[in-house]
Design a protein around this ligand. Sequence first.
Ligand code: GCU
Length: 720
Amino acid sequence: MTDVHPAWLPPEAFRAIGSRRTLVLGDGPLVETVRAEVAQACARYDGTVAAPGDEADLVLALTTATPLPPAAQALLDEPADAASGAATGAASGTASGAASGAASGAVGGLGDEGYVLARLGGVTVVLADAPAGLLYGLFHVVRLGEQAFGADRPARAHRPAMRRRMLDHWDNIDVHPVMGQVERGYSGGSIFWRDGAAAGDLTRVRAYARLLAATGVNAISVNNVNVHATEAHLLTDRLGDVAAIADAVRPYGIRVHLSVNFASPIALGGLATADPLDEDVRAWWAATTERVYATIPDFGGYVVKADSEGQPGPFAYGRTHADGANLLAGVLAPYGGVVHWRAFVYNHRQDWRDRSTDRARAAFDHFAPLDGQFHDNAIVQVKHGPLDFQTREPVSPVIAAMPATRLAVELQVTQEYTGQQRHVCYLAPMWREVLGFRPWGQDGPDVAALATGGQAVSRSLADGGRPADGGGLADGGGLVAVSNVGDDRYWTGHPLAQANLYAFGRLAWVPGLDPTALLDEWIGLTFAAGPDREALGRTLHEMMDGSWRTYERYTAPLGVGFMVRPGHHYGPDVDGYEYTPWGTYHFADRDGVGVDRTRATGTGYTGQYPQPWSEVYESLDTCPDELLLFFHHVPYGHVLQSGSTVIQHIYDTHFAGAEQAAQTRLRWEKAEGLVDPALWARVKERLDEQVRSAEEWRDQVNAYFFRKSGVPDAHGRRIH
Ligand code: GCU
């Protein structure tokens, strides 16, 4: 571990706490974690772990601890409404800033994970009803640093918007011949598995759990959603490996989930069928699940990719996805477990000549009719866009189509289609747009509210909202993302990609956080020590704030998506998927480009949205430029809302994007000396590749469209 980068928890981030007197009050394993963190910081910075009765600068206490020191008792006794409306840090009233449940006073209703933070009479106090809250409160103080010990601050309650904040690892035990140890992994091998076995030393896993807890993540799944033969055994004879991981992450409030193969009753149980309505199948899952909980009592549940890209599923038996999900939900329910059932279901063996089949429609077509049929502990996990984590996609219409189902929204932290951790691409601005999208227009709830569910939706519906029309609102399934971590010394290959992991956890806790402020937080912690932090902060903002849009400029234009090299998905290949069975086409010809997904003349996909979006996307006059080619097939001369033509927009953005990549590298070159030389060199090496790749994208995309259209660049720049 000595050679592993501390990411956002370098020792320096604990200086403010470590150099003071801190009292920790309460019992339980997570309180012990808090105590150990404080003790470690104090050992380094000469502070004191105070004993009850001692003076303290910081008190971290469970509300049940007695006796509380005066400052903590005063906070506990504060009248109701002292901290009322205390949301988690963003505009309340919208789900993006929603805290779950209203505080009945400064302290009260904090729940399993919430805490209240105040500074009174020179003492900083964190109170929590439950140990996990104390842990999250500690990390809040870490984030504040010296600021936590300045002027008095009023009591403020903090609770996570999402109950489940989860990272999925697409890690294989065996090295897959094509996908490697980690599917879509760009950070070395797996931290859990190595060459067919468990990693053994779990130091790295513990450190990971600590980093995640500091962002607010509370769940991980430890194997790939494509469950191959070896990995299927994690459910049965290799369960001990999963239990070992659960032991390692438990001290940081993280529960372990497992991806399972829907055909396990056949592959592992020797049954002739995996039919979800078969009694023997149900009995097999029930017995297997009972063993799982006997081994891992706080096991989180199963993740399932079924009938998707070759994975087995209920369709083989003429059953629905609700039948499949409910089978597993039923056996998990007695233990409080959940099944995350993925909605990523489409025909990946499509005939490219068939223009009536639209992959973007598939998830809605399969799942929307099943709304209301899923058990309470079945969470339908929906990718944020209808296709597959492209640089720009509209929000999936499934998210608005299932008000009576627990929905989780799935993001992709690993940069499969956004530069594979070789390009700088800070994704929080994209996620923020997704979470803030309001499927029913300005008066309706946003995506964050729908993932939060229940109360948050009703609160933000105030009146006139649509989901309640259909009856009861389900509790939300939370936010899930595919992790970008591996056994790389910087965790994420590209050191700056750590910011994406950090931002994901924080947005799952407070979906309304501003991406720029979030980046500030990450920079402040990660580069807590260093010669000129302000200059470094400026440089990093210049490099990262707009990096997603820069990436968008030099890659596939106007929301059309893909155009990547098939298989590994890195770098440009405009026609790479055009004549394949995957359903991801752009239909460029000599006259125009884009996919007609209108109701009037296309695939009808726009009809999957409620108003106003159904109409906004349908009409060429109102469809946003950045999604134009996702929804419409238009001539190259079509004039965008920006005033430019489609073809000129393609040229302009590709020249500009590649130029911006070069600027990004220049900025980093000037920052040499402001960070550790090895980290600087790693980022520089990645930037060299980004600049090369951005030029390649620019030249291939521009050449392709120039050759198709014959339209010259208005500025006469060089197109090959
Ligand atoms: C994408 C990705 C696959 C992954 C799949 C999924 O298609 O390329 O590697 O398995 O998404 O989300 O299941």
